[in-house]
Design a protein around this ligand. Structure first.
Ligand SMILES: O=C(O)c1cc(=O)[nH]c(=O)n1[C@@H]1O[C@H](COP(=O)(O)O)[C@@H](O)[C@H]1O
Length: 240
């Protein structure tokens, strides 16, 4: 799927994650996001287990540290054969560029294509008040997200993670080829949970999102495969 619906595999153990995943057919393969919770519990072995089933992995560890540390960690991630990985744009230009260099070098050493590097802009759980008070960043959320997208592009990232609410402004500022992958996706029937900047799959497609990240509306559904299939159908129809 060139515009994937990525399932956030947010589970505390490998057994739970794989039991969930094995409800899905292996064909067509799905793309799953392995984040901090599952990776801290299960390590690189869970990446291999998902790949062994033929599915693609988005490894979401949101690195944010000094440039040398991030570059070295990305060199290791580059060897894992994942399709996407993340870093915080707030780490700045030197850190982002080191992340990209590390990722490309690690992948090349393993003879693999480099994963796409996505920079986190403002988390979708952040609202206007939190931006201005907790982070002491003046101005609008959209202005901050567009700024981070410009910084990420200038630092050789392949795209950003943002809310679908900002995707159109990002594409206008940095071009439509720069990926805007969007969590905070909620079908009309779903609750927002801790997300602040949400959109439906249809609205995200209309805004130009390059891919959805969806967790609880699928993982906590009584029938996850049907929930996923419905979201894919809504997303595909809106992209046609
Ligand atoms: O990097 C992410 O994937 C991410 C960035 C962001 O701004 N907001 C966000 O929700 N996410 C992740 O996307 C997933 C969303 O999960 P749900 O809210 O359950 O759909 C979680 O795994 C979050 O860690």
């Amino acid at each position: 799927m060139s515009r994937p619906v990525i399932i956030a595999l947010d589970f505390p153990t490998s057994d739970q994650a794989l039991a969930f995943l094995d409800q899905f057919p292996q064909t067509p393969p799905v793309t799953v996001k392995i984040g901090m919770e599952l990776f801290y519990a299960a390590g690189p072995a869970i990446v291999k287990a998902v790949q062994a089933r033929g599915h693609a992995v988005f490894l979401d560890l949101k690195l944010h540290d000094i440039p040398n540390t991030v570059g070295s960690a990305m060199r290791v991630i580059g060897r894992l054969g994942v399709r996407y990985t993340t870093v915080h744009a707030a780490g700045g230009h030197v850190m982002l560029a080191a992340a990209k260099r590390g990722l490309v070098a690690g992948a090349a050493a393993a003879g693999l294509p480099a994963p796409k590097l996505l920079a986190i802009t403002q988390l979708t759980s952040t609202d206007q008040a939190m931006l201005n008070t907790d982070q002491q960043i003046p101005g609008s959320v959209q202005a901050s997200v567009v700024h981070y997208a410009q910084l990420a592009q200038a630092s050789h990232c392949d795209g950003v993670i943002c809310s679908a609410q900002e995707v159109a402004a990002i594409h206008q500022a940095v071009g439509a080829d720069f990926l805007g992958i969007t969590p905070g996706i909620r079908p009309l029937s779903a609750t927002a949970d801790d997300q602040q900047r949400v959109m439906t799959p249809t609205a995200a497609a209309q805004a130009g999102s390059n891919g959805l990240v969806v967790g609880r509306p699928i993982t906590q559904a009584s029938d996850p495969v049907t929930a996923y299939t419905e979201i894919v159908k809504e997303w595909s129809n809106a992209n046609d």
